[in-house]
Design a protein around this ligand. Structure first.
Ligand SMILES: Cc1cc2nc3c(=O)[nH]c(=O)nc-3n(C[C@H](O)[C@H](O)[C@H](O)COP(=O)(O)OP(=O)(O)OC[C@H]3O[C@@H](n4cnc5c(N)ncnc54)[C@H](O)[C@@H]3O)c2cc1C
Length: 386
C-alpha cells in the first residue's frame, strides 16, 4: 500500500480482490437479492459465502484469523457488493468495521483471542450499540447505565436501530454506557455483552423502507450482568473510542455508497441501450445520455474522495475531514443516482424486483446512518475552524 491511490491504477492485489468480489456479487448475491428484499430475510447463505472467501477477516492480521489485508481492501469489497445489494454490503460493513474492529483496536489480548477468530471467520457476528431512543447524532446523550457490583457490571437501558444485532449467528453486542460522572460530565465506557447474557433482549426487527435483508433491532438491557473484564478499552474512553471507529466507518460507508451510485450507472447504461422509444434506443436522446454522464461523474468523484480518505488513514495521517467529505458526497451520489436511474427505467423503475428500485429505497439511509449529512457538515466545518 502506498499513500497514493488512483482510481485508474490499482495495485494488482487490490485489483484481483475487487474482481473476485465482483464475480461473487454477480453470481451469488444478485440472483437472490430481490427475494431476500421482498421477504425481509437475512441472507445466511450469502453471508456464509462471504465468510468462506475471508471477507470478514479482510483488514485483520492472520494471527486473529484475518486475511492480513487493510481497510482499503475492505472498502473495495464493499464497493463491489454495494453495486448489487446494499443489504449484503452493510452486513459485511457493520460486521467488520463496527463489530470486530472495536475489539481489534481497543481490546486486550484475552478479548482479542476470545472474539476475533470467530468474528474474522464470519462464523459469528458482533454488533455496535451506540444509538439510543434519545441519543443519535448527539451520542453523548447516552442514558444506558453500567454500575459496578462486586466484580461485575450491571447494565440497564436500551439501544435503537442496531445492525446485525439479532441474527442466528450474532454472539456479541458492544455497547456504550454511562459508568459514572467526571467533573460533572457523563463518563461513558464501552462494554462487551455476549448475546446469551440473561436480561439482554433483541426486540422484534424493524419494518424498514430499505436495507430489508439487513438485520436491525431495538435492544433492551434489564439488569444485564457481565464480568468487569468485559470493559473494552479504558474506562471513560468509550465515547472517544467510538468516534474513532465512526471516522473509519465513514470511509467504508462511502465505499458502499459509491458501489450503489455505480450500480445505478451500470444498470442505466444497459437499459438505455436496450429500451426503444420513438424508434430508437432511449440512450440516443441527449437528455438521457447527459443524465447518465452526470451519474458517472458523481460516482467517480465520490470514489476519488473515499480513495483519498483511505490512503490518508493507511498512511497514518489525519483523515477525519476527508472521511466526512467522502461520506457526504458518496451518500448524495447514491441518492441522486438512484433517483435518476429510476427515472430512466420509467415504470419498471418503480417495480421492486428491479435493482434500481431497490437502490432508490436503500440509498436514503446512506444519508442518515453513521452520521447524518448534517453531522458530516458539522464535522467538516469544525475541521475548518468554524
Ligand atoms: C437501518 C439503520 C441501521 C443503523 N445501524 C446502527 C448501528 O449498527 N449502531 C448504532 O449505534 N446506530 C445505528 N443506526 C443509528 C444511526 O446511526 C442514527 O439513526 C443516526 O446517527 C441519526 O440519529 P437519530 O436517528 O437519533 O437522528 P437525530 O440525531 O435525532 O437527528 C434528526 C435530524 O436532526 C438533524 N440534526 C441533529 N442535530 C443537528 C444539529 N446540531 N444541526 C443540524 N441538524 C441536526 C439530523 O441530521 C437529522 O436530520 C442505524 C440506523 C438505521 C436507520
Amino acid at each position: 500500500m502506498t499513500d497514493f491511490l488512483s482510481t485508474g491504477t490499482l495495485p494488482d492485489e487490490y485489483r484481483e480482490l475487487a474482481l473476485t468480489v465482483r464475480d461473487f456479487a454477480r453470481q451469488v448475491v444478485a440472483p437472490v437479492a430481490a427475494k431476500h428484499d421482498a421477504e425481509h430475510s437475512f441472507p445466511y447463505e450469502v453471508v456464509a459465502g462471504m465468510a468462506d472467501m475471508g471477507l470478514f477477516g479482510l483488514p485483520f492480521p492472520e494471527e486473529y484469523g484475518g486475511m492480513g489485508g487493510d481497510y482499503f481492501a475492505l472498502c473495495l469489497a464493499l464497493e463491489e457488493l454495494g453495486k448489487v445489494d446494499q443489504s449484503v454490503a452493510i452486513t459485511l460493513e457493520a460486521g467488520v468495521s463496527l463489530g470486530a474492529m472495536p475489539i481489534y483496536r481497543f481490546g486486550n489480548d484475552k478479548q482479542k483471542q476470545e472474539w476475533l477468530p470467530q468474528l474474522t471467520s464470519g462464523r459469528s457476528l458482533a454488533a455496535f450499540g451506540l444509538t439510543e431512543p434519545g441519543a443519535g447524532s448527539d451520542a453523548g446523550g447516552t442514558r444506558t447505565t453500567a454500575v459496578r457490583d462486586g466484580d461485575d457490571w450491571i447494565i440497564n437501558g436500551s439501544k435503537q436501530f442496531i445492525t446485525n444485532s439479532g441474527t442466528d449467528i450474532t454472539r456479541l453486542v458492544t455497547v456504550t454506557a454511562v459508568t459514572g460522572q467526571v467533573d460533572g460530565k457523563k463518563e461513558i465506557s464501552t462494554i462487551l455483552v455476549p448475546t446469551d447474557t440473561p436480561g439482554f433482549v433483541a426486540e422484534p426487527a424493524y419494518n424498514k423502507v430499505g436495507w430489508n435483508a439487513s438485520d436491525t433491532h431495538p435492544l433492551s438491557f434489564t439488569d444485564v450482568r457481565v464480568p468487569q473484564e468485559n470493559l473494552l478499552g479504558e474506562r471513560g474512553r468509550g465515547y472517544a473510542n467510538f468516534l474513532r471507529i465512526l471516522d473509519e466507518g465513514r470511509i467504508a460507508i462511502a465505499a458502499l455508497a459509491v458501489g450503489a451510485a455505480q450500480g445505478c450507472v451500470d444498470e442505466s447504461v444497459r437499459y438505455a441501450s436496450e429500451r426503444d422509444a420513438f424508434g430508437q434506443a432511449i440512450g440516443r436522446n441527449q437528455a438521457i445520455a447527459f443524465k447518465i454522464a452526470r451519474m458517472e461523474a458523481r460516482a467517480h468523484a465520490a470514489r476519488t474522495a473515499y480513495y483519498d480518505a483511505a490512503a490518508l488513514m493507511l498512511a497514518g495521517k489525519p483523515f477525519k475531514k476527508q472521511a466526512s467529505i467522502a461520506k457526504l458526497v458518496a451518500s448524495e451520489a447514491a441518492m441522486d443516482n438512484s433517483r435518476d436511474a429510476t427515472q430512466i427505467f420509467g415504470g419498471y423503475g418503480f417495480m421492486n424486483e428491479y435493482a434500481v428500485a431497490r437502490h432508490y429505497r436503500d440509498s436514503k439511509i446512506l444519508e442518515i446512518g453513521e452520521g447524518t449529512t448534517e453531522v458530516q457538515l458539522m464535522l467538516i466545518g469544525r475541521e475548518l475552524g468554524l
